[in-house]
Design a protein around this ligand. Structure first.
Ligand SMILES: [Zn+2]
Length: 189
């Protein structure tokens, strides 16, 4: 395993000493009043902000595997609520992407990979017996358009969503950055 910690800390010292942070200084409230939910895919790290014209300070970005919200009272939805109620965000955009790993994720294979790396059957069955259905928990979506629509609907139907907050859905090409609009959130205003 390649160990990165030292090189990160070394870089960090010179980053701070050379005041390279100066061009990133901004406030905690998003200038564009947007909260973005997107995927942790490596191809989107720089591409998505460039393709959507976001710079430091413009938006709140929440990332996870697949841009999925599966729990109405989980931590991703809580982050959306914090952005809307406390951080002045006024619109939500869910941005999935083509070629997303969560579309092809096979829960049974992943559980096997857990076994291969030393997680015992006893642990797995204890979890199942206490009501944690691992294959359901690990499941993504069959296609990204449906995945984005489901997450948009889950936000739109949330009992704590402030009235009149538009919730949009898009799918981005992880190679070109091209966006397809899936849900236009202004239409029900
Ligand atoms: Zn993805």
């Amino acid at each position: 395993m390649e160990k990165h910690l030292n090189s990160i800390l070394e870089h960090n010292r010179s980053f701070v000493e050379n005041k390279e942070y100066e061009s990133y200084l901004t406030g905690r409230f998003p200038e564009k009043k947007l909260v973005i939910i997107t995927c942790m895919d490596t191809r989107l790290v720089e591409l998505l902000p460039k393709a959507m014209n976001f710079k430091n300070g413009d938006v709140k970005i929440i990332k996870n595997a697949g841009a999925i919200i599966s729990q109405p009272f989980g931590s991703v939805m809580r982050s959306v609520m914090v952005a809307l109620y406390e951080l002045h965000a006024e619109e939500v955009i869910v941005v999935g992407h083509y070629e997303c790993g969560m579309a092809s994720l096979n829960a049974e294979d992943m559980i096997q990979h857990m076994r291969d790396r030393g997680i015992s059957d006893e642990v797995l069955s204890t979890l199942e017996n206490s009501g944690i259905r691992l294959s359901k928990w690990l499941r993504g979506f069959d296609n990204i358009t449906d995945g984005v629509k489901n997450t948009v609907n889950l936000i739109k139907n949330h009992p704590l969503l402030p009235p009149n907050v538009p919730v949009h859905g898009m799918v981005i090409d992880p190679n070109t950055g091209a966006l397809d609009l899936v849900v236009e959130g202004y239409e029900n205003e």
